[in-house]
Design a protein around this ligand. Structure first.
Ligand SMILES: *[C@@H]1O[C@H](CO)[C@@H](O)[C@H](O)[C@H]1NC(C)=O
Ligand SMILES: *[C@@H]1O[C@H](CO)[C@@H](O)[C@H](O)[C@H]1NC(C)=O
Ligand SMILES: *[C@@H]1O[C@H](CO)[C@@H](O)[C@H](O)[C@H]1NC(C)=O
Ligand SMILES: *[C@@H]1O[C@H](CO)[C@@H](O)[C@H](O)[C@H]1NC(C)=O
Length: 208
């Protein structure tokens, strides 16, 4: 092969492949992009690949997937946030990023089973941030995020994630069952942070 041609080809190849690496890992999710659960843990990654947002299979070979955020680089990395009160979705479920309603989760029959509620506004795009926060960016850039996973903590707070007054972290049933468990960590409006058990299913809170 002519060496100039080979050099140009290699340069071209290098530019193309580095470009595709960058676009795959920008953390940005465009309107209309979707993930459908199949046999894999499909996800959108943060730029550093530390965090993934998507479907995580609960047990090997089973048909249930949690819409969640987890540590991606660590094998079996901990799930740090999950949607739908920890209720898993069936194989064939789909999550899509829409402009008017944000993230919309549908079951295999196409019935909507969860969405990221944010009132009014339009989403420009989504970002899986390196901090572990999945952010829906407002099309009106003067305003803050329309919705972010950091405002909906489940059982974990990540570094830089603030706990808001009247915020609740809730334990789960077990390692593989993400339904609400019997223990809570709450930041009360009087400024006290408390750990308390609750009664299920009434949610009555016992003394701290
Ligand atoms: C999905 O991830 C879980 C937890 O890391 C793992 O047990 C399971 O084997 C993975 N499933 C597939 C199909 O890769
Ligand atoms: C992502 O997190 C960084 C801090 O690590 C922050 O500066 C940036 O604004 C965040 N991006 C979005 C879209 O929230
Ligand atoms: C989790 O536990 C709850 C309450 O015990 C039960 O109703 C539910 O079916 C369990 N979910 C899974 C996926 O096993
Ligand atoms: C208890 O709290 C959970 C989680 O916030 C909620 O889904 C459920 O409806 C509550 N149950 C009752 C009886 O209020």
């Amino acid at each position: 092969m002519d060496s100039k041609f080979a050099f140009a080809f290699l340069l071209f190849y290098f530019l193309m492949s580095s470009h595709s690496v960058i676009s795959q890992t920008s953390g940005k999710v465009n309107i209309g992009e979707s993930l459908v659960t199949m046999d894999q843990n499909l996800s959108w990654l943060s730029p550093s690949k530390d965090f993934a947002f998507g479907f995580r299979q609960l047990n090997d070979n089973d048909d249930f997937f949690l819409l969640a955020i987890w540590y991606y680089k660590i094998p079996d990395g901990d799930i740090v946030c999950y949607a739908k009160g920890g209720n898993p979705a069936q194989r064939g479920s789909k999550v899509e990023l829409t402009a008017d309603r944000g993230l919309v989760l549908k079951d295999p029959q196409g019935t909507e089973i969860w969405q990221s509620n944010f009132g009014t506004g339009r989403v420009a795009y989504g970002v899986m941030n390196d901090t572990g926060n999945f952010v829906l960016v407002n099309i009106n850039s003067e305003s803050p995020a329309l919705w972010e996973s950091f405002s909906h903590p489940t059982d974990t707070l990540l570094p830089t994630q603030a706990m808001k007054i009247e915020g609740i972290l809730s334990s789960r049933k077990s390692v593989t069952n993400f339904s609400q468990g019997r223990f809570q960590f709450r930041l009360l409006s009087d400024g006290n942070a408390v750990l308390n058990p609750i009664n299920l299913p009434s949610n009555y809170t016992y003394d701290a």
